[in-house]
Design a protein around this ligand. Structure first.
Ligand code: SF4
Ligand code: ZN
Ligand code: ZN
Length: 323
């Protein structure tokens, strides 16, 4: 974020950010007010949670998850963090450091899981041992462990920092494939069902540029470099394509995603495998699954028996599964 040579729309002080999609420029104070309002609107519109609910925030060390944790605590919500050490070389060490410092400085409760320490594998090894692309092995591990921690910890809702850019890119990918099962579940809030905890994405109305600006004006340090495995994945190319469209036509990204929620998502209600009831308990761990043994148990079995694989061996592979 660089200072922009003009004035805040609200107070006429020097602006720190220009938001073409809102035809507005804001100073630091009114940028924060804008972000708070956008989060509050998402929370209210989609009945995400209420004051007094126990919230577990999935934190990665990146700007979005630290921003949402900060915004929730600032708004008075009771929010703890959960960080999962993925074992992606130095990158994971850096991410863990940012999360620990953030929590310690604010005296927040941080839970941690380390894949290698607690489950005997890491993401590079899981990718190699199972033949899954790294983001698929990683996503499966994170989803399962965040769900389990929310359930076991008695939390009312699991919150993630997905922003408008993330959701629009995933929607773009799912639409290109007309993946109805994924489209039917691509909602900002999913109720607790079939053993899965309630999940919410309070930042879906904010872009990643806006969450980065929130972190800057709030003095939040976050990991800036990309995951070394992310380079070249499809999700990033969808974001680039949408950014090109957004530059020419500000507001397109929001109208694509928010229009989907308003007009298309209701037509898809009940289309996902989870909603149609094709879910059983895993015969090994008891977690909900559409098969006999869940994909996570199969991944742990193969990966923990494999010798550790260095991140360099998998970082050239690209591709990611959308949610
Ligand atoms: Fe995991 Fe892929 Fe994200 Fe890296 S880019 S943290 S491997 S999901
Ligand atoms: Zn102002
Ligand atoms: Zn299982």
């Amino acid at each position: 974020m660089t200072a922009v040579a003009s004035k805040c729309r609200v107070c006429k002080a020097p602006a720190v950010i220009d938001l073409p999609r809102h035809n507005a420029k804001f100073c630091a104070e009114h940028l924060q007010q804008f972000c708070r309002r956008q989060m509050a609107k998402a929370v209210d519109d989609f009945d995400m949670f209420v004051p007094g609910d126990r919230i577990l925030v999935a934190v990665s060390g990146g700007k979005d998850s630290l921003a949402v944790w900060d915004m929730l605590v600032e708004a008075g919500y009771q929010a703890d963090g959960l960080y999962i050490g993925l074992g992606i070389g130095d990158y994971s060490d850096d991410c863990g450091g940012y999360v620990e410092r953030f929590a310690a400085e604010r005296e927040l409760t941080l839970r941690t899981i380390d894949l290698r320490r607690d489950y005997g594998y890491d993401v590079p090894t899981a990718s190699h041992a199972t033949g899954r692309v790294p983001c698929s092995a990683c996503g499966l591990s994170k989803r399962r462990l965040f769900d389990q921690a929310a359930r076991d910890g008695g939390y009312d809702v699991l919150v993630t920092g997905h922003n408008l850019d993330d959701e629009a890119a995933v929607l773009f990918g799912n639409t290109l494939r007309w993946d109805l099962d994924y489209l039917a579940r691509q909602l900002p809030v999913l109720p607790a069902a079939n053993g899965f905890p309630k999940k919410a994405k309070p930042l879906v109305r904010l872009t990643e540029r806006e969450t980065a600006a929130w972190c800057l004006v709030r003095g939040i340090d976050y990991v800036v470099e990309e995951c070394p495995i992310a380079a070249g994945n499809r999700h990033l190319s969808y974001k680039e394509s949408l950014n090109t469209i957004e530059t020419r036509s500000p507001g397109s990204k929001a109208s694509f995603y928010l229009g989907f929620l308003e007009r298309m998502a209701p037509l898809l209600a009940g289309q996902s495998a989870a909603a149609t009831g094709a879910v059983h308990d895993c015969t090994r761990c008891g977690s909900p699954t559409t098969g006999e043994v869940c994909a996570f148990c199969r991944l742990v079995e193969k990966s923990s028996a494999h010798e550790p694989v260095p991140v360099e061996m998998v970082s050239r592979r690209s591709g990611s599964r959308t949610r």
